[in-house]
Design a protein around this ligand. Sequence first.
Ligand code: GLN
Length: 243
Amino acid sequence: MKGKKGFFIVTVICCLFCFACGKGKEESILVVGTNPEFVPFEYMEGEEIKGFDIDLMNQIGKKIGKKVEIKSMNFDGLLPALQSKKIDVVIAGMTATEERKKHVNFTKNYYISQQNIMVKENKEHNLEQLKGQKIGVVLGYTGDVFISSKNEYSVERFNSASAAILALQADKVSAVILDEEPAKQYVKQNSGLSTFAIYEGKEEYAIALHKDNISLLEEIDKALEDLKEDGSYDKLYQQYFTK
Ligand code: GLN
């Protein structure tokens, strides 16, 4: 009886202490920013945000004991939101570029990609043939940075991949440059388009965090490693990337 009573008192004191700190609940939520316009990494299905990145993030959340809360934002608003600590992490098929690394930290990569050209079927299908022509990109994507660094093209910037594809279909641009997987998905969903890889460098997708948040970075890296070791990452990869 005495023992039970003691246990009860200790439990009550612990609960009161946690309550007084008021931190328990807050700390267990991980606010994740993404831009759901990047199939199959993140996209809208009805009202819901779905995709490889979302599933991966939820699995990471489970490993590190945090509840994942996904926030949808514009792609170019993601890093500013991270820097002003409105969100804790960004997962958005985001390439860990040297430029971005000046402002935020990235975890180890979780996916390797490259840029693709999309054209109307039977049209020019390499960069050489497209010299002097109008190329569509999404503002601020790595495809924009890549083609803008070359002087031989006139670059048209769009706010989303779907807007760029519409311009391609309406012959307002000769080609669109986009990351490989979303490009393949657009080709699948829209007849009359084809896509080709640009063999100029690989891109590593990684999760971005505020420079201050080193302990969370380490936790996520460890969780990623565990998911790769226990087969969960491969399962997810099969689910999204094998045709
Ligand atoms: N990988 C590209 C980038 O980082 C595109 C990302 C995206 O559209 N979500 O700019």
